[in-house]
Design a protein around this ligand. Structure first.
Ligand code: ATP
Ligand code: MG
Length: 568
């Protein structure tokens, strides 16, 4: 929580939820605010959840309040312990701390049951015998009122008896439900006698087989908020139509009334943010798992090499509004790049190696050249990189027949090797297929460190690694998961998965990286100079076989878009 406070303090534009909180504190309505983050443990957290986490924990931190973690575990058949564990790990990684306030809606099952009895006793709820289909048929439409159930006027005593027997297991799954008795003609369909409890024999990850009735979301969420003394219950816009029911229930139950406030959910371009869809990608094997580096999940982004700070800054920057919108994924990548630029050590890595032989360099010699670790961070210091007669450069840095303006290596042209010498291309070798397989050069011993005593200049500087000392590595280049801006925008009947980008990952083998990376730990991110940011894959990389994920390229298209639009 402290980290999140310091890196965002003061910089954030104020939003409508802050205005509400400030006025509630000023008026004395609340002495201290209390929020909660309420994930359903039915999948891994994604970047949309990060927005909600940053908002809930962020508001509590900013105004000296508290934020609870509450698992919304009222739906036993879809929930798993694996998800609970991953959710906790992801929130901690993002930099937030719920201290000892880890709660579960299932902690309140007994209280919620008593609340239901209270509603029945007040004549505000009844046991329904109609089937789910019949209930739906009675519900009416937006333009037509619903019809009342023949069971609606059941005497209170009978309702109490039936509901207790529902709990006792006397009836089959789905045979009966408990409904609120509100108004079948209400304009808001959520108020037409919504279902509060259902019979379901399913094993629950915490309460086991203790219960065969489970409360619906509306019967659990606001009540849990109330029990925990939540002052501001922040949720996404789709719950706006549930707010009257939320308020009705706390009013009828005569319990402490939290205030529900809705905000727009985050939609991100080139990806999907729905646990159901993400689960499908996992189950169909279209990605390697919830933590596939292409996934918009926090575990995927962490594995890819995104930093928690970059994600927090992104969430801060996009703000909190009342209207839904689509945020460009390049905005997120921009924040990742900004953060990595400051902290990632620079190294040299050659993705597509081309051998260069320096003919006038002694065969048995190796030198250690000084290389700066991070020009953005003077304290990062320097390291030694070995230089020898044979080196690798990137294939893209040589052309045998270049245009005039080309400033990299070409026959007769001179370039600077980063941290090293000037070299001039004398010749090159092609294989039978016509591909260049080797470049022959000479070096100027006077240019060590990157400048010539005679003042002669070269335009191009290229990266390289010693052929002898370099380590082999696999490098995975990631592109957006979907090839269209808004994957949910599809024709009727079309499959949303048809927009998956078939080229979202390219695996390069036989790349060469400088030997200092032998000690790089899993999860460490470096910048391959001139190429991009790369993270040591925490799962697949080993000292014998280094595997890097490209976090982001160096090119910041988002900054360019902003400049063009005259924005920040
Ligand atoms: P999904 O649609 O991915 O299944 P959900 O809303 O069902 O999401 P929950 O676990 O219920 O997932 O979400 C926990 C909290 O995170 C809720 O308060 C929810 O409103 C919020 N949240 C979920 N998705 C987003 C999003 N895209 N942007 C902002 N907040 C979100
Ligand atoms: Mg939900």
């Amino acid at each position: 929580m402290r980290a999140a406070m310091t890196d965002t303090a003061g910089s954030s534009p104020s939003h409508f939820i802050q205005t509400i909180i400030e006025s509630d504190l000023e008026s004395g309505k609340h002495e201290r605010i209390h929020t909660r983050f309420p994930p359903e443990p039915n999948g891994y957290l994604h970047i949309g959840h990060a927005k909600s986490i940053c908002l809930n924990f962020g508001m509590a931190a900013k105004y000296g309040g508290l934020c609870n973690l509450r698992f919304d575990d009222t739906n036993p058949s879809k929930e798993e312990v694996e998800y609970v564990d991953s959710i906790k790990e992801d929130i901690r990684w993002l930099g937030f701390d719920w201290e000892d306030r880890e709660f579960y809606a299932s902690d309140y099952f007994e209280t919620l049951y008593e609340y239901a009895l209270r509603l029945i006793e007040k004549g505000k709820a009844y046991v329904e015998d109609l089937s789910a289909d019949e209930i739906r048929a009675h519900r009416g439409t937006l333009t037509e009122p619903g019809r009342e159930s023949p069971y609606r006027e059941r005497p209170i005593e009978e309702n109490l008896d039936l509901f207790k027997r529902m709990r006792a297991g006397d009836f089959d799954d789905g045979a009966r439900v408990l409904r609120a008795k509100i108004d079948m003609a209400a304009g808001n369909l959520n108020m037409r006698d919504p279902v509060l409890y259902r019979i379901l024999r399913a094993h629950h990850h915490r309460t086991g087989d203790d219960w065969c009735i489970y409360p619906m979301y509306d019967m659990a969420h606001g009540q849990s908020d109330s029990i925990e003394g939540i002052t501001h219950s922040l949720c996404t816009l789709e719950f706006e139509d549930h707010r009257p029911l939320y308020n009705w229930l706390v009013e009828q139950l005569e319990i402490y009334p939290p205030r529900q406030i809705e905000f727009a959910r985050l939609n991100l371009s080139h990806t999907v943010l729905s646990k159901r869809k993400l689960l499908q990608l996992v189950n169909d094997g279209l990605v390697t798992g919830w933590d596939d580096p292409r996934m918009p999940t926090l575990s995927g982004m962490r594995r890819r090499g995104f930093t928690a700070r970059a994600i927090r800054r992104f969430c801060e920057a996009i703000g909190v509004a009342k209207a839904n919108s689509l945020v460009d994924i390049q905005n997120l990548e921009h924040h990742v790049r900004e953060d990595l630029n400051k902290i990632a050590p620079r190294v040299m890595g050659v993705l597509d190696p081309l051998r260069v032989v320096i003919e006038n360099y002694p065969e048995d010699r190796t030198e250690e050249l000084d290389a700066t670790n991070n020009p953005e961070d003077p304290e990062a210091g320097s390291r030694k990189v070995p230089f020898s007669r044979e080196i690798y450069i990137d294939r893209a840095d040589f052309m045998d027949d270049p245009p005039k303006k080309y400033v990299r290596l070409a026959p007769g042209r001179e370039v600077r090797l980063r941290y090293g010498y000037f070299i001039t291309c004398a010749d090159f070798v092609k294989n039978d297929a016509g591909e260049v397989v080797e470049v022959r050069c000479t070096y100027d011993p006077e240019t060590r460190g990157g400048s010539a005593p005679d003042g002669r200049r070269v335009k191009g500087t290229i990266h390289w690694v010693s052929a002898e000392a370099a380590l082999q590595a696999d490098v995975r280049l990631y592109e957006h998961l979907f090839s269209v801006t808004d994957p949910s925008d599809i024709e009727d009947g079309a499959d949303w998965k048809s927009n998956l980008n078939p080229e979202s990952v390219e695996v390069l083998t036989g790349c060469r990286v400088e030997p200092s990376l032998a000690a790089a730990r899993a999860g460490v991110t470096v910048q391959f100079e001139r190429v991009g940011y790369f993270c040591v894959d925490p799962k697949d990389s080993s000292p014998d076989r280094l595997v890097f994920n490209r976090v982001v390229s160096l090119r910041d298209s988002w900054a360019k878009i902003q400049q063009k639009q005259g924005g920040a």
